[in-house]
Every structure is written in C-alpha cells, then in structure tokens.
Design a protein around this ligand. Structure first.
Ligand SMILES: O=C(O)CCC(=O)C(=O)O
Length: 277
C-alpha cells in the first residue's frame, strides 16, 4: 500500500488534472467552496423542516440496517432526491459529476448515483470504525481503478472538535476486508461550510467523534458508482416516477433510468421508455 501525507485542497476553478492526480496518489481531494453558504443553509433548513413534518422518517431510520452502523447520536435521512428540493441540483454539481465520470471511466461506460443521504452527527457521536465504503460490494474485485466515489459535503463547518472526517492518505486500492491501518496514519479533514471531500470508496476513512457541547455536524453525503453494480439506495423505489419526470435528464439517468449495454433494460430497451415522456 502506497502511503501519502496530505489530501490536496483545490480552489475554484478546480484543476481537473490535479484532482485526478490526487485520486491516484492519495485517494481523495477537497474541493473548497464547492457550495455557497446559502446553499448549505437552505439544505439544512429543508432537511430539518422535512424531518419535523415527517417524524416517521426518524423512527424508520433509527430502526434501519444503516442505523446500526451510524449509532443513535446520528440523525439520518435517505432518498433526498425525491424529498429535499435543493438536493437534485446539489448532486448534479458539475465539477463533482465530471470528476466521477473521469475516475470511473476505466471500469464502466455509465455511472449511477449510489445514495443521497443527510447525516447530522450530534454532540457525543463517537468516532466511527475505520472502513472502506466498498464494503457494500465486498465480493467485487478491487485494484488500481475504483468502482465508486464518495462525496462528503460539509453543510456546516467540519472541525477537529465536532468530528471532521478522518482519512488515511494513500490507503486505497485494496480489499474492504483488509484490516484498517493504524490511527496514527490517519489525518482529519477539517472543512469550512461548503467544502466537499471526494474520495475513492476504497480509501480507509471514518467519521470523527463529536466532542463538542452543542455543535451538530451537518453532512450531505452522496456518491457515484460504475453502472453495472447494484446501487446502495434503491433509487427506482425511493423516487416515485411522478417526481422523476420533473428531474433533469442527467439526474434521471444517474438514478437508474439508463442502461449499461444490456443491464437495466425495460422491455428490452431504454428504461427511460417506462417514464413515457
Ligand atoms: O461522518 C463522516 O464524516 C464520515 C461518515 C462515513 O464515513 C460513513 O458514514 O460511512
């Protein structure tokens, strides 16, 4: 395993060659100010009002499979594309989608959205186990070229105290079943509100402990995967067709109204035909 030292941070306009080099050498890159402060505030406000109007969502999430991993000091909300109005445009962030397309091109002609998820890590949230997100596809082959990209966006400041994400620079390219590196090799990625951490899903990382009294860490988490793998979030069930038709065509494709050669066909043809638009 090749070990680097720091995760590069890019400012606008983002240098695509530098981003690609960072993925290759360190497994990750930070895009500074990927989102405006207003976008972040709108996102948090929309999530919070949705959760207030739909208490059943919190109850469902608290008993879900992923809740066991996140713990009860984290509030989560899934299927954001169909429920939180600002999220479709945020997920279609041009620099992020283009970075994913470049990164995943060696192993697939198409890409899909893995998940679009809110996480609020409350004071008292413990440090997560170090993990590779490719655990979702632990039987898939792994190597030089990744099968998925994670995007962890700071919707409020990520600080060392409130649990900014830890990553191990250069600890990518291996199996999700390998033992994690030592914590001494990990670095914490503090980010200002609006910054986005992009990392190969086979990079070892973890959410940090929130040791503050009252500073909840608000996250927009999403990602992209090669088009021939099953998505983590079942987008075709999560976003009802009447919502899907209102979305931008590129986002419809990223949800799964697309096909990788003969995978994902509808009646032997393009799954977009099911939308009758
Ligand atoms: O909380 C974070 O910053 C990282 C979260 C994460 O890695 C996860 O939930 O899998």
């Amino acid at each position: 395993m090749k070990m680097g030292k720091a995760i590069p941070r890019l400012t606008r306009p983002y240098d695509t060659a530098a981003a690609d080099e960072a993925f290759r050498d360190e497994g990750a890159v930070v895009l500074s100010a990927a989102y405006s402060s207003e976008e972040c505030d709108t996102y948090v406000a929309q999530v919070q009002s949705y959760l207030a109007e739909h208490p059943e969502e919190a109850e469902y999430a608290a008993n879900s499979l992923l809740a066991q991993f996140q713990g009860d000091t984290t509030v989560t909300l899934h299927q954001l594309i169909g429920t939180i109005p600002c999220v479709p445009d945020m997920v279609l962030h041009r620099d992020i989608v283009d970075a994913a397309r470049r990164l995943l091109a060696p192993l697939s002609d198409t890409i899909l959205l893995i998940i679009a998820e809110y996480m609020g890590r409350k004071p008292g949230a413990p440090r997560q186990q170090m993990h590779r997100d490719t655990f979702s596809w632990r039987h898939a082959p792994y190597g030089e070229n990744p099968i998925a990209l994670s995007v962890m966006c700071a919707m409020s400041d990520f600080t060392a105290e409130n649990g900014a994400t830890w990553v191990v620079p250069g600890a990518h390219g291996g199996s999700p079943l390998e033992p994690p590196p030592e914590w001494s090799e990990a670095v914490q990625i503090e980010m200002a509100k609006g910054d986005a951490l992009l990392f190969r899903q086979d990079l070892f990382h973890a959410g940090g402990a929130n040791d503050t009294e009252s500073d909840e860490r608000h996250i927009l988490s999403f990602g992209f995967q090669v088009g021939w793998l099953r998505q983590v979030e079942n987008s075709l069930l999560s976003v009802p067709p009447e919502k899907v038709v209102e979305l931008q065509p590129e986002l419809r494709e990223l949800l799964g109204y697309s096909h990788e050669l003969v995978l994902g066909l509808y009646k032997g043809g393009d799954p977009k035909n099911a939308l009758k638009i």
